[in-house]
Design a protein. Structure first.
Length: 187
């Protein structure tokens, strides 16, 4: 990993801030093009990257600060959720491009790999994901939905402690699920 990447913001002069990720625009476009994304989507991703880069410069952040937590902070501070008028579904069109950006920065080793969560619930969820993929052949989005629900259930029952699956009963899940779905609907 490159750790000698300079910050492009002149900390002494706020007007001298240069968007930090600007030099990686072409690499980002090529990264997305190689994965078959449309030109319009690639352009949208470039716009989001530019917004994120300007925000990082304003906040006086460096490349080593970039991770999922920083992306969430940016989205919370700067990007409003779009609420679809018919369904009421909250959609944030900047989340996906920034996920691609994180993946690209990791692929070219500019930021460290995503740390692996070794808490018992996370370990069990990785095993469950492997099962859903290998034994059941579920698609990624289906697995993610299942893992999110099962993860909430396991955290509710075991917190961050050891998981003992033999103590769980189907009835516990039946009680948990409607309660959890209600709390999701009222957000």
């Amino acid at each position: 990993m490159n750790t000698d990447q300079p910050t492009l913001c002149n900390h002494g002069d706020p007007t001298g801030c240069v968007p930090l990720l600007i030099e990686y625009r072409k690499t980002f476009r090529e990264y997305l093009a190689c994965r078959g994304y449309s030109n319009s989507y690639i352009q949208r991703c470039g716009e989001v990257m530019a917004q994120f880069s300007r925000w990082m410069s304003e906040m006086r952040l460096s490349l080593c600060d970039v991770n999922e937590t920083l992306v969430e902070e940016f989205l919370h501070q700067r990007v409003p959720d779009y609420i679809e008028p018919v369904s009421g579904y909250r959609r944030n069109h900047s989340r996906s491009p920034l996920g691609h950006l994180l993946n690209m920065l990791r692929a070219i080793e500019l930021i460290p790999p995503k740390p692996i969560d070794m808490l018992p619930v996370a370990v069990e969820l990785r095993r469950f994901d492997d099962y859903l993929l290998q034994a059941r052949g579920f698609a990624r989005s289906t697995r993610e939905t299942s893992i999110r629900i099962v993860g909430r259930f396991l955290r509710d029952k075991f917190n961050d402690g050891a998981i003992n699956l033999s103590t769980l009963t189907p009835h516990m899940f039946v009680i948990f699920l409607p309660h959890r779905l209600m709390s999701i609907e009222h957000r």
